[in-house]
Design a protein around this ligand. Structure first.
Ligand SMILES: Cc1cc2nc3c(=O)[nH]c(=O)nc-3n(C[C@H](O)[C@H](O)[C@H](O)COP(=O)(O)OP(=O)(O)OC[C@H]3O[C@@H](n4cnc5c(N)ncnc54)[C@H](O)[C@@H]3O)c2cc1C
Length: 548
């Protein structure tokens, strides 16, 4: 260990959960649970945050990575929502600038109606004006330029081969790309931990415990050992994502009836549009019931991401078990067929697909054409006010983007009810040590202000022994940091959430073996366990065509 770095070893430890009493226990560590834990801890509330799986292993790991600044809410005429999303996007950028990037997005204009250049110019002016404070406190290179309209020639130069009938140009606006949504959730959790919160993964909430009409904690099971115990808490925040209603039901609390849609994205290894995301209408009929400006086709977005392209999103009502949700080959082939139809010149083929995401989102119904209508609003249910126990809040979210704003609302409700004043906690300084100059760009781009903590796990000054893998680059210190400070227990935790090495394409067999062996050395796995861990990774790629 480099002596100049102080390393705080915070291995997964259950004793503080068993012994303590918490002001709040947050169930679920997706982006909503993590943002809640951070907001609550920052307000001085003693907070536990638990997840039945790894942190950020469900819906929040499956997004299209766009932090939307509200342009889409213009069509709903919902200015409050627009302002909230602009604020939330700004908060994300300030919180984790190293994981944020300005993303140009474009849609084609055509015809003389609501998709005409004139309508696009009006939308741009309004969007620029309503979001005039979008860059407040944002570092220069992250600042989002104002939107604009572009000519047909510029659009075709940017997106050659677009075959939209009557194409007259494009509307361009800027959003934020959260290149690694999983690490962004981890950032919130570790920032919450710095402020005194206790996060723990693989701790499943079985039941919310109540007495005399008031919440008194959560009955949990430690997944690795199967050991049950109770966490005592005055408040419970149910941020269990698609499981939030099941958890209420298991606790004997009237659930909030919710229909769910399976939402799927694919990742392709080709960079179809390297500089700009583009939204193109698919052939799927769709009418947005709430929109002032109704449209009748669903958009597919093509987002440049890590040298490939994210494409989505397709929606289908889901009535199956939530545990079984994985993208299937049929899901990915359907999206490829759709892309072939709307942009034939890209020549996309099933073999280009390198990964796929699936998550469940709340839906409001099915429209006349059979298309899924997504729910349009997040929900915070204060159960004490709807005949349920006091001290329980449930969150039902629709967008990654709005998590910080909804989290602050949760904190405000709890502070108001308890009559407590927010006791703003100063954010503690990160590690004091020096990051070796040759590693600085890599570590800062991955871990921001936590880079010195990661560097603290460098075993020796001899750079030859630093690397676990040179291509893709991964340091032994990073793996030790994941295990010792970020509670990584499985190979999937490292590949999908800590590094993202598995979320673009299937990692090569050699890398899987190297990583499994290195984790085995830290965690005492035998050969059979290593094999099992590799099989768990491969399960996530079962949706790929055989030749991949
Ligand atoms: C394909 C797709 C694309 C999307 N694209 C975008 C986008 O570009 N921009 C955007 O803003 N939004 C997007 N979204 C929406 C966004 O991803 C979700 O709204 C958001 O991630 C939901 O976060 P969450 O924390 O509520 O849920 P989750 O991330 O699902 O977190 C809930 C957590 O609770 C845990 N949990 C459940 N039950 C228990 C229990 N009993 N005990 C303990 N833990 C439990 C789960 O393991 C899970 O980790 C997209 C969604 C999908 C599916």
């Amino acid at each position: 260990m480099c002596p100049e770095f102080q390393v705080h070893t915070t291995m997964r430890d259950l004793s503080p959960f068993q012994a303590g009493h918490f002001d709040v226990c947050v169930i679920g560590a997706g982006v909503y649970g993590a943002a809640c834990a951070h907001s609550l801890a920052a307000a001085g509330l003693k907070t536990a945050v638990i997840d039945k799986g790894d942190f950020c292993s469900a819906t929040s790991a499956n997004s299209l990575k766009i932090l939307h600044g509200g342009l889409r809410y213009l069509q709903h005429g919902n200015l409050v929502r627009m302002r909230e999303t602009i604020r939330a996007r700004r908060e994300f950028m300030r919180f984790a600038p190293h994981l944020s990037k300005a993303l140009a997005c474009a849609i084609p204009t055509f015809g003389s109606g609501l998709r005409s250049p004139l309508a696009a110019r009006c939308a741009t002016l309004l969007n620029n004006a309503i979001g005039s404070d979008r860059n407040l406190g944002i570092a220069g290179d992250l600042a989002l330029p104002p939107g604009r309209t572009i000519s047909r020639e510029s659009f075709l130069q940017q997106f050659p081969g677009t075959t939209v009938p009557g194409l007259s140009g494009g509307l361009v606006w800027y959003d934020t790309l959260a290149g690694n949504t999983e690490r962004l959730v981890l950032e919130y959790l570790w920032a919450a931990r710095d402020l005194g919160a206790l996060p723990c993964n693989y701790l499943r909430a079985e039941r919310i415990l109540t007495q005399n009409g008031r919440v008194e904690g959560v009955l949990v099971t430690d997944v690795p050992s199967g050991q049950p115990f109770a966490i005592n808490a005055s408040w419970v925040v149910n941020a269990a994502g698609p499981w939030f209603d099941e958890l209420l039901e298991a606790s004997g609390i009237p659930p909030v009836p919710t229909r769910w849609t399976k939402a799927v994205n694919i990742v392709v290894r080709r960079e179809l549009n390297p500089d700009c995301a583009v939204g193109i209408e698919s052939n799927e009929e769709y009418s947005d019931q709430d929109a002032v400006l109704k449209r009748n086709k669903r958009f597919y977005f093509f987002v440049p991401w890590r040298g490939g392209t994210l494409i989505g999103t397709s929606y289908k009502e889901w009535r199956g078990s939530r545990e079984d949700l994985l993208p299937t080959r049929a899901d990915t082939e359907e999206i490829v067929r759709e892309v072939q139809a709307i942009h034939p010149s890209w020549g996309l083929e099933p073999k280009d697909v390198s990964f796929a995401h699936a998550g469940l989102l709340p839906m409001s119904g099915i429209d006349a054409s059979g298309a899924v209508q997504l729910a349009k609003h997040s929900l915070i249910v204060d159960h004490g006010k709807t005949g349920g126990p006091q001290g329980l809040l449930s969150l039902r979210s629709i967008k990654y983007t709005t998590a910080p704003v909804e989290a602050d609302k949760v904190t405000a409700i709890i502070l108001r009810d308890t009559g407590r004043r927010p006791a703003r906690q100063p954010a503690p300084a990160q590690g004091q040590g020096r990051v070796p100059a040759e590693l600085a760009p890599l570590l800062h781009s991955r871990y921001g202000s936590r880079a010195p903590r990661v560097a603290g796990h460098l075993a020796a000054a001899d750079s030859d022994t630093w690397w676990l893998s040179r291509e893709p680059p991964l340091l032994r210190a990073e793996l030790r940091y994941f295990i010792q400070e970020e509670m990584a227990l499985h190979l999937t935790d490292v590949l999908f959430r800590r590094t993202g090495l598995g979320s673009l394409r299937c990692p090569p067999a050699g890398l899987l073996t190297t990583l499994a062996e290195a984790m085995a050395a830290e965690l005492g796995w035998d050969g059979a366990r290593q094999q099992l861990e590799i099989e768990q990774v491969m399960r996530r790629f079962a949706m790929l065509p055989q030749e991949n």
